[in-house]
Write a protein that binds this ligand. Structure first.
Ligand SMILES: [Zn+2]
Length: 292
């Protein structure tokens, strides 16, 4: 690995360099183990650019970074250190998710971004045990995703794109905030091991080639009891979110209903945990919304 930089403050470079190399090394080792695929290219260098509009860009074997994101000041906060570790893990994860296997077309651009963040969280979070990562994820994802998805103007995670010049219009709250929640749900439905094994098969099958979201779902669907095609239809290919209502009938029964999706009148299949607060101790039981 070689680091290219223009920073003239040598003390600043010296203070950060070892950590920057270590973080890349740790991310590579973790990804090799998780995917069971050795680093797929012949080298990995990185270039620190003083001014760069993105945090990073995953060119094969030569990642570009915004220099201040990697060369931190002496008094950097824990959140800045976490941000740097996540950025490095994100771009390194792209070597497998995005570069080794690339989307066929930009309608699936969301997938490589979600995977990069999803892997980065798995790689980095255990090194920052003082931070409540699940709570941070909830606060940074759900409210923004709901805010956009509840509106009439919302769009599906997977969006058609006619011309590459409009690719910039795809990015927004649905890709960056809803899609990560949906990916976590997919892993929860399948279980971590079956999900990981499915990803291994997907990466191996499409190495150095292109694949679509549907290719991935076909692989995962074989390893799982839930109908993932139907799940993908409502969660990824349609806009909106499930609205669940509770009513107390005149006979005292509690009625829990889910509204159908606007477009084709199906339901969002999902596992839900219902908690009832009564005078007796808390009752909790699982509930599954299916096709009725
Ligand atoms: Zn990315």
């Amino acid at each position: 690995m070689t680091m290219f930089y223009r920073e003239t403050d040598e003390a600043k470079v010296a203070r950060n360099a070892a950590t920057v190399f270590d973080l890349h090394g740790q991310a590579i080792a973790w990804l090799e183990e998780y995917t069971q695929i050795p680093f797929p290219f012949t080298k990995l260098d990185f270039v620190l650019l003083p001014g760069f509009q993105y945090g990073g860009m995953e060119h094969i074997g030569n990642i570009f970074y915004r220099e201040p994101s990697l060369l931190l000041e002496e008094n950097a906060t824990e959140n800045q250190q976490l941000g740097r570790a996540r950025l490095i893990a994100h771009e390194t994860a792209h070597m497998w998710f995005g570069d080794l296997v690339t989307m066929r077309w930009f309608n699936d651009v969301w997938l490589k971004e979600v995977f990069a963040n999803f892997m980065a969280a798995k790689i980095v979070n255990p090194s920052f045990p003082k931070i409540n990562h699940d709570l941070a994820f909830l606060l940074s994802s759900q409210p923004t995703a709901y805010g956009e998805d509840r509106s009439q103007g919302s769009h599906p995670i997977q969006q058609p794109l006619e011309n590459l010049r409009d690719a910039g219009s795809l990015y927004g709250g649905i890709i960056y905030q809803k899609a990560p929640v949906v990916m976590r749900q997919l892993e929860a439905i399948m279980g971590e091991t079956a999900f990981r094994d499915g990803l291994r098969e997907y990466l191996k099958s499409f190495s150095y080639g292109n694949a679509t979201w549907d290719d991935l779902i076909s692989i995962l669907d074989k390893r799982n009891q839930t109908d993932l095609q139907a799940w993908s239809q409502v969660w990824v290919k349609e806009a909106g979110m499930p609205v669940i209502k509770t009513e107390r009938g005149s006979d005292g029964q509690l009625l829990i209903t889910q509204e159908k999706t606007a477009r084709n009148g199906s339901y969002w299949a999902q596992h839900t945990e219902l908690a009832l607060f009564t005078r007796i101790p808390l009752l909790k039981f699982p509930l599954t919304f299916g096709d009725k």
